[in-house]
Design a protein around this ligand. Structure first.
Ligand SMILES: *Cc1c(COP(=O)(O)O)cnc(C)c1O
Length: 382
């Protein structure tokens, strides 16, 4: 790769964070300890003083959330096909049955009308995803959940800093899971956190996080359920704390870059020829944190496949990505009876969606370059 390669995304780690990690490494205590407690405390404040516990990754966080909600064999969980495969895998991991609902073609988030049609007497939870950091329709989602007495586990892996009617995702809602994986808006290299409702859930979250263990006094312990080994280390928490301190700046930068994409694409050949942009900032009651800038390619008029377009972007030094191929078409899910044609909107979007570079240390000049190259490709291939 040329040194000038513009990746799809890149974490921005400052020297203060590196120093914080070095301090932890020298401290004599590198696994879960004071850094994790400090990170959880900052996150709790950020999410309106709701209880927050950290985990080793977002996948473990969601699995624990499902177990806290009591989801297991015989239960159905409704989710979206357009997400990272972890979203559906955790439903299988707890022994429950994933049920997909189709997506909305504009927001690319799970469609509430489609969720409604998928509800059965066995439905125990909704597992919506705020794709690319754009909130699902929270009012409609929670009204439906309340009506049917169904728990909600929000896969907010991508959504830290996103808001719904001015309130942060995580500040409202039921169980909310966030990821700090390397590509997310803030990272702890790997990590995640769960926003909880009450002390009983916190107690269970801590047990499920570490072997089902409860400590009793100085020398006693008891185990009565199977827990995982899902604790976050202080090394990771220190990275997370260093990143959290910069969240506001990262967010402002991402918003500015996304706006610049809109400005540059406004009169572009690509958009005139039918390339779809994501919903604009504040075009719904939800406000995106711009985790991803996803376009949808008009394959009907392009003489090239999406893979060819991605290869040509790469050839001129621009990274891109697909978020995501529909989950129900993976072999694991086909083996469970899912086939193409079941979720037409998700399949249509899944074939066309393309993420363009967007990360906090990118510049508006980089955006100019990407939009120019996209237009050049369109000129060559329509
Ligand atoms: C990143 C991500 C996850 C998983 O998080 P990890 O920390 O990688 O386990 C789940 N769902 C979505 C939508 C994600 O983007």
């Amino acid at each position: 790769m040329p040194s000038s390669f513009l990746p799809l995304t890149r974490p921005e780690i400052d020297e203060a964070t590196i120093a914080m990690v070095a301090d932890v490494l020298r401290s004599g205590w590198i696994t879960s300890g004071p850094q994790v407690l400090a990170f959880e405390s900052k996150l709790s404040t950020f999410f309106g003083n709701r209880p927050v516990r950290c985990f080793a990754n977002g996948t473990a966080t969601m699995e624990v959330a499902l177990r806290i909600a009591g989801i297991g064999p015989g239960d159905e969980v409704i989710t979206t096909p357009i997400s990272w495969v972890a979203t559906a895998n955790v439903i299988l991991a707890v022994g429950a049955t994933p049920v997909f609902a189709d997506i909305d073609p504009l927001t690319r988030n799970i469609s509430i009308a489609s969720i409604k049609r998928a509800i059965t007497p066995r439905t125990k939870a909704f597992l919506p995803v705020h794709l690319a950091g754009l909130p699902v329709d929270m009012d409609a989602l929670y009204a439906l959940a309340k009506e049917h007495h169904i728990r909600v586990i929000e896969d907010a892996a991508q959504a830290i800093g996103a808001t719904w009617k001015g309130q942060r995702i995580g500040q409202l809602g039921d169980l909310v899971s966030i990821s700090f994986q390397a590509n997310k808006n803030i990272t702890s290299a790997e990590g995640g956190c769960l926003i909880l409702n009450n002390d009983e859930e916190v107690y269970l979250a801590e047990k499920l996080r570490l072997q089902g263990l409860v400590r009793q006094g100085m020398d006693g312990m008891e185990v009565d359920i199977v827990g995982g080994k899902h604790n976050l280390s202080d090394v990771h928490a220190a990275i997370g704390l260093g990143q959290f301190a910069q969240l506001e700046r990262f967010q402002a930068q991402r918003t500015q870059l996304a706006q610049h994409y809109f400005d540059r694409f406004a009169n572009s050949l690509a958009v005139k020829q039918g390339m779809q942009l994501p919903p604009a900032h504040n075009s719904t009651d939800g406000s995106s944190n711009w985790h991803l800038f996803q376009v949808s390619l008009p394959l009907e008029i392009l003489k090239q496949s999406r893979a060819d377009i991605m290869q040509q972007l790469k050839n001129v030094g621009i990274g891109s990505g697909v978020h995501y191929p529909p989950i129900h078409l993976f072999k694991l899910y086909r083996m469970r009876g899912f086939t193409s044609g079941m979720y037409p909107v998700a399949e249509h979007i899944g074939e066309r969606i393309l993420s363009l570079p967007l990360f906090s240390s990118m510049t508006t000049t980089d955006v100019d370059h990407v939009t120019d190259v996209v237009d050049t490709l369109f000129r060559a291939h329509i």
